[in-house]
Ligand binder design. Structure first.
Ligand SMILES: Cc1cc2nc3c(=O)[nH]c(=O)nc-3n(C[C@H](O)[C@H](O)[C@H](O)COP(=O)(O)OP(=O)(O)OC[C@H]3O[C@@H](n4cnc5c(N)ncnc54)[C@H](O)[C@@H]3O)c2cc1C
Length: 457
């Protein structure tokens, strides 16, 4: 029987679901899968993106772990594609590769002053509070008034983590440096800005409602933002999700704190709609001092246009949460405009000719762009895998498909890779760190320590 030796690069949900779907698929050949990730621990953004105070979503890790624990997928953690392994290496040892490398960087926001001191990408802050090993350990939460730009779930995650009192995050898996950073926070006001109206937001009702339940945080909405046009009224009446969002926001209009008057909490979380950021102003030392935004209004076609009215909110820090962006991989086509690997339903295409690149596939956020929930990566993987199965005639013909070749190559290159047993060791270690504090786990952040614990050194 023919055998498919498959490399999957990226052990986030997209990569793990792809492996699972292929192993369970009806097919006329055997399969052996090697799964690579440049991090010493698996699960991608489920571990390093999903907010620590969302344990139910973090719990998806249990299902992903069950897939790995079946034992029919070989794991190589702490191996970076493009550095420790190249496309040519993979061609020599596999029949095909699936890239599932996701996205970790912030999309740009091109306004004057955006690079000032105190202006950050939300993705970097997320990586800090979720204990990603490759980001700085310190985060200066020294601002009283902070702007978050964006109207998606990541903007709400960032605003919530900033507004929440540190002791209310202590029950989570946050590492000690994050706890200390949040405890030192000077924040009193978090302002979230969206270009469009309450009926056009991209966040989901559950994430929004949660904001209203934060202890000692007043939700501040402004009456002027609720003068709905016809399109907004139709959206509220016809779309259940928009209807629930509207209901939540309207309930906050009845609370003390509306229009920023009468609230009693020590922190406030303001939602500003119809607000298009136009400039970040700085003080004499070049530090963020204010956000200038233009008031917008609906254009009657589902979009917005500027009204010309400029307003200014004093802030000392700013986070742009306007989307994630994928990173190019050496030797692999890349669409610089959209931050994805160009592909047709997961079959990778040459950038200019649009012709297929045999043996190379993509799935997850690097395939379709950084939108959608974890569950969407499953349907993504199904599409990619069905092409991989049908493309048998164009798979690579490796010169050395033996399973021993890859560990030998990595050892020769001095790569300290981690395997499934190592991931179990790290998992048990983190759970043990949390136990004395009655927490489910405390994350290890330092990459060398992660590797040492995983390798039992
Ligand atoms: C802040 C944030 C919060 C979110 N919250 C939720 C939520 O509450 N609920 C929900 O359903 N979804 C949520 N999502 C979306 C969810 O995280 C994504 O849908 C999902 O993680 C995408 O999966 P992926 O496997 O494509 O990418 P990722 O999860 O990013 O996995 C990619 C993997 O590839 C690895 N990799 C990258 N480059 C290389 C390389 N060169 N060599 C080797 N390995 C590499 C990375 O280390 C990573 O492990 C959130 C996303 C973000 C950013």
């Amino acid at each position: 029987m023919t055998k498919l030796r498959l490399a999957i690069v990226g052990a986030g949900p997209a990569g793990i679901y792809a492996a699972d779907i292929l192993l369970k698929a009806e097919r006329k050949f055997d399969v052996s899968i090697d799964l690579f990730d440049h991090l010493p621990a698996p699960y991608g953004l489920v571990r390093y993106g999903v907010a620590p105070d969302h344990p139910r979503i973090k719990g998806i890790i249990t299902a992903l772990r069950d897939v790995l624990d079946r034992g029919d997928i070989r794991i190589f953690g702490n191996v970076r594609f493009g550095q420790d392994l190249t496309l040519d290496d993979l061609k020599q040892h596999y029949n095909a590769v699936i890239f599932a490398t996701g996205a970790i960087k912030d999309a740009d926001l091109d306004i004057p002053g955006i690079d000032a001191a105190g202006s950050f990408g939300a993705a970097d802050f997320v990586s800090w509070y979720d204990g990603h090993p490759d980001f700085p350990r310190e985060w200066p939460l020294d601002a009283a008034s902070v702007a978050v730009i964006g109207n998606g779930n990541v903007a709400l995650d960032v605003a919530r983590v900033l507004a929440k009192h540190a002791e209310d995050l202590l029950v989570t898996e946050i590492p000690a440096n994050v706890q200390a950073g949040l405890e030192a926070s000077q924040v009193t006001d978090v302002h979230v800005f969206g270009r469009r109206g309450p009926a056009q937001v991209k966040f989901t009702p559950l994430e929004l409602r949660e904001l209203g339940e934060l202890r000692d945080v007043d939700m501040v909405v402004y009456d002027e933002d609720f003068d709905y046009d016809e399109a907004s009224r139709t959206a509220v009446a016809s779309n259940k999700q928009v209807m629930v969002i509207d209901r939540v926001l309207q309930s906050w209009r009845q609370r003390p704190g509306v229009n920023n008057a009468g609230g009693e909490a020590s922190r406030r979380l303001h939602l500003h709609f119809w607000a298009k950021p136009v400039e970040v102003k700085t003080d004499d030392s070049g530090r963020v001092a204010a956000l200038v935004y233009e008031r917008t209004r609906p254009d009657g076609q589902g979009g917005v246009i500027g009204t010309g009215e400029l307003r200014e909110v004093p802030i000392q820090q700013l986070y742009r949460a306007v989307g994630y962006f994928g990173s190019p991989l050496p030797g692999v086509p890349f669409d610089k405009k959209h931050g994805v690997i160009p592909n047709h339903e997961g079959q990778v295409l040459h950038k200019d000719s649009n012709e297929r690149v045999p043996g190379v596939y993509a799935t997850g956020w690097i395939k379709r762009g950084p939108v959608g929930l974890i569950g969407h990566t499953k349907s993504d993987a199904m599409e990619t895998i069905s092409h991989l199965i049908n493309d048998q005639a164009s798979w690579w013909q490796p010169t050395d498909p033996s399973p021993e070749a890859i560990p030998a190559l990595l050892a020769e290159r001095g790569v300290a890779w981690t395997d499934l047993d190592g991931w179990h060791r790290l998992d048990e270690h983190e759970v043990a760190l949390g136990a004395p504090h009655e927490r489910a786990r405390i994350k290890v952040v330092d990459r060398d320590e992660m590797v040492r614990v995983s390798r039992g050194e």
